[in-house]
Design a protein around this ligand. Structure first.
Ligand SMILES: [Cu+2]
Length: 149
């Protein structure tokens, strides 16, 4: 039978490895051109767009988002189905090592559903991005009216 401290170290090792990776990721991730699309009052849902740049040597996996501005925020993909375009929830999106991921109209985006107040030009939204491994990044994102995109 192994000594208890050996077992303890074996259990601890994966945790140490992942926390080092996450610390590196947080300083190696840049978020550019982030904005939330401002839509006319009465529209319940909108989307957030941005470019995520991964300067690190390891993939970073985006798993979703949180905001107090909406009832829910989730990662959506735009897909072709039955001759039209529709959106579906996806569990994650990878920002490749030394690469980037664009969240944009007609592609992957962060869907904000059930807005708690109308969002117009000049407003801003506090948005927390969630990544695999429990790493989060909070930022304040401007609202850009759909008329000004
Ligand atoms: Cu969507």
């Amino acid at each position: 039978m192994q000594k208890p401290w050996v077992i303890f170290l074996l259990l601890l090792a994966p945790l140490l490895t992942s926390s080092i990776t996450l610390a590196a990721a947080s300083s190696e991730l840049q978020i550019r051109n982030a904005y939330v699309r401002g839509l006319p009052p009465g529209v319940a849902n909108t989307a957030a767009y941005m470019t995520l740049v991964n300067n690190s040597d390891a993939d970073i996996v985006l798993t979703g988002a949180e905001t107090l501005a909406a009832k829910s925020a989730s990662l959506h993909a735009t897909v072709k189905r039955g001759g039209g375009m529709t959106m579906e929830h996806v569990m994650s999106a990878t920002i490749p090592a030394k690469g980037s991921l664009e969240l944009k109209t007609g592609g992957l985006h962060l869907m904000l559903m059930g807005l708690k107040r109308p969002l117009g030009s000049g407003d801003s939204v506090r948005l927390t991005l969630k990544f695999e491994g429990g790493f989060v990044q909070t930022m304040v994102v401007p609202v850009v009216s759909v008329l000004d995109e």
